[in-house]
Write a protein of this length. Structure first.
Length: 341
């Protein structure tokens, strides 16, 4: 809003400056010795004609075109435009007749007297079209921004309950085991909730906070599965020291997906997660084992996280990310590279 008002003030100041220069042009380029003339046109008449041109410009740009230049009233616009230009010719002629009759005797001066009315009229049309295009582009950008904001809010609203469902499942498992780790698990859950409710309200968060969020989630999973699942987790030590930011809860869906599908693998499940930053580019990799036959009993919401994070990447990091997902030798591997600056 403040920016819009600022641009409006600049626009008004620019109009005043330009028209001031035009109206006073004879007094800038000529002198009293030459009677402040521009060619055969006396300075006072040039200024008076300038006011006529000013009226043509703004009346056409801000009244005739917005009201009449459309499919319904186009014919009326042509008539009104013709009347406007002819009226300016008549007014200029009578000004010359009353105060500058000598100019009427010079036929070569006519083109400098009457032609500018047509020129200013054409310029006003171009000006109105350019202004309308700028306004239209700004409205479209505002609509797209609102749509983007709405879509991102929707995606986030889907991720939060889906994620909480998985965490609560972990806690139920610990409760059944009557594990001593229930209390630290609840503390970590409270930290996760604090992050989700308060730290993710802005557009982006510090990358270090997002990584800490992952740490808490992975620790909860370690408490749940113990030695039943081999979890390899590597984090670049320089991440927390950098000033990088990232869209909140962008990485967790990949980790959730790894645990959801990886722990179901027959034998001794293994999950590998690594995060690093080099040359302002985030490299995030997640790998988990999968069975030959997919488990058809998985809940129908199991793909919500991955689907949403793909949409968010396309919306927020278009042209700035590369997501590779491959399945090979019973391994599901995700590699995400993301430009942070």
């Amino acid at each position: 809003m403040k920016i819009s008002v600022k641009f409006q003030h600049i626009s008004i100041a620019l109009h005043v400056f330009v028209w001031g220069m035009i109206l006073l042009l004879p007094y800038f380029v000529s002198s009293a010795e030459h009677d402040y003339k521009i060619g055969p046109i006396p300075g006072p008449f040039f200024t008076l004609a300038g006011f006529i041109h000013l009226f043509i410009f703004y009346f056409n740009a801000f009244y005739l075109i917005p009201r009449l230049l459309n499919r319904r009233w186009w014919w009326l616009y042509i008539i009104a435009s013709a009347i406007l230009i002819i009226s300016s010719f008549q007014l200029k002629y009578h000004l010359l007749l009353w105060w500058f009759p000598d100019v009427l005797n010079d036929m070569s001066a006519y083109k400098f007297v009457f032609a500018p009315s047509i020129g200013i009229f054409v310029i006003s049309i171009v000006y109105r079209k350019v202004v309308d295009k700028i306004i239209s582009d700004r409205k479209q950008q505002k609509i797209e921004a609102e749509q983007l904001s709405t879509e991102l809010k929707f995606l986030r609203s889907q991720i939060s309950p889906h994620f909480l469902f998985n965490v609560l499942t972990n806690l139920v498992s610990l409760a059944r085991k009557k594990s001593d780790q229930m209390e630290p698990s609840l503390i970590m859950l409270s930290e996760l909730m604090r992050y989700m409710l308060y730290d993710t309200q802005g557009k982006k968060v510090a990358l270090g906070k997002e990584v800490s969020y992952l740490n808490n989630y992975i620790e909860l999973q370690k408490l749940r599965f113990g030695n039943d699942v081999e979890i390899k987790y590597e984090v670049d030590s320089g991440i927390e020291k950098g000033d990088y930011t990232i869209e909140p809860m962008l990485l967790i869906p990949f980790v959730e997906n790894a645990f959801k599908h990886g722990v179901a693998h027959q034998g001794h499940p293994k999950i590998s997660i690594s995060t690093s930053v080099k040359n302002d580019v985030l490299l995030f990799q997640v790998e988990n084992q999968i069975d030959d036959q997919p488990n058809s009993s998985k809940d129908e919401n199991s793909g919500i996280g991955l689907a949403n994070v793909k949409s968010r990447l396309d919306l927020l990091y278009k042209g700035k990310h590369n997501l590779k997902i491959k399945t090979e030798n019973n391994l599901f591997h995700i590699t995400l590279t993301l430009m942070l600056k």
